[in-house]
Design a protein. Structure first.
Length: 283
């Protein structure tokens, strides 16, 4: 199914968002998704414009609220393929609490983070994943605090699918997204994405010298934990790509409301609903 739109992305030439955008459309096509059954949810940021550039349903919501919005859509219509996407600032600063509990609760959604280690839309401030020592507009003498570590955090929080990918390797990223879509549960992908305008450290060449495809057993939590920490213990000299951890367990969609119906397909009968108690409580 065709997921192209006539809209042209408005990103800086060379932005990593182009690779993510291309990989996402190819993945949706290859898994046999249909635009009418697919929803792309984003927050605020450069890459959050993606719902405008994919032929599907889409919603660009509030800053940091990608996960609760995605979960609400999935609860209302469990037949949909729901993919949340946003930047590292959106997801780990404003949305940090939602990230932790989204992983813990294990709703059946895909969450892709465009991790460029900086606030790009607001022109170059330090983000939660900005490396220690990196100079930005808000850290002119170098970032003095350790970066937020999303992959280890996802494992600790209880995510059942945790993966990493590189925006400069579209074919590999596409395969990771396909596997995330097929997974039943919260599927998190941290995508290393160059910001060619504001991040002069983490360039395409910088990543290509350091990334490699991991071959560990992703069902082994201890091996996954070791791979999740590898970039930090090697000072980012070795960055594993691929599925870091994958395990099936009960999804929140089932125990949250067992036997629930598709709310979208339920007929609405306002005459059969007594809301008088609301008037007494709030008026």
């Amino acid at each position: 199914m065709e997921f192209n739109t006539p809209e042209k992305p408005q990103w800086c030439p060379g932005c990593g968002d182009y690779g993510i955008h291309t990989a996402l459309k190819q993945a949706l096509h290859e898994v046999g998704a249909h635009p009418k059954d697919t929803v792309i949810v984003s927050g605020i940021g450069c890459g959050s414009k993606i719902p405008n550039y994919v032929r599907s349903y889409g919603l660009e919501g509030l800053h940091g609220r990608v996960i609760p919005t995605s979960v609400g859509i999935k609860i209302a219509n469990p037949e949909l393929t729901v993919i949340g996407i946003g930047g590292d600032g959106d997801g780990f600063s404003e949305g940090g609490n939602h990230f932790i509990h989204g992983a813990r609760e294990n709703f059946d959604i895909v969450y892709i983070v465009q991790d460029n280690h900086i606030y790009g839309l607001t022109t170059g401030q330090a983000s939660p994943t900005t490396p220690k020592g990196m100079k930005t507009k808000t850290t002119p003498d170098g970032n003095m605090i350790n970066e937020f570590r999303p992959v280890p955090m996802a494992l600790v929080a209880g995510a059942t699918f945790v993966a990493t990918a590189f925006a400069g390797d579209i074919m590999h990223l596409k395969e990771v997204i396909k596997e995330a879509i097929a997974h039943k549960g919260f599927a998190f992908i941290d995508v290393y994405q160059p910001c060619v305008t504001w991040n002069k450290l983490n360039t395409y060449d910088w990543y290509r010298e350091r990334v490699y495809k991991t071959t560990h057993d992703p069902s082994d939590w201890n091996q996954a934990w070791e791979k999740a920490w590898e970039p930090y213990v090697t000072d980012f000299e070795k960055i594993p790509l691929g599925v870091i951890y994958k395990k099936e367990r009960e999804i929140a969609d089932d125990f949250f409301s067992p036997g629930r119906k598709n709310l979208v397909k339920e007929p609405l009968d306002p005459n059969g609903i007594d809301v008088s108690f609301l008037a007494k409580e709030f008026l």
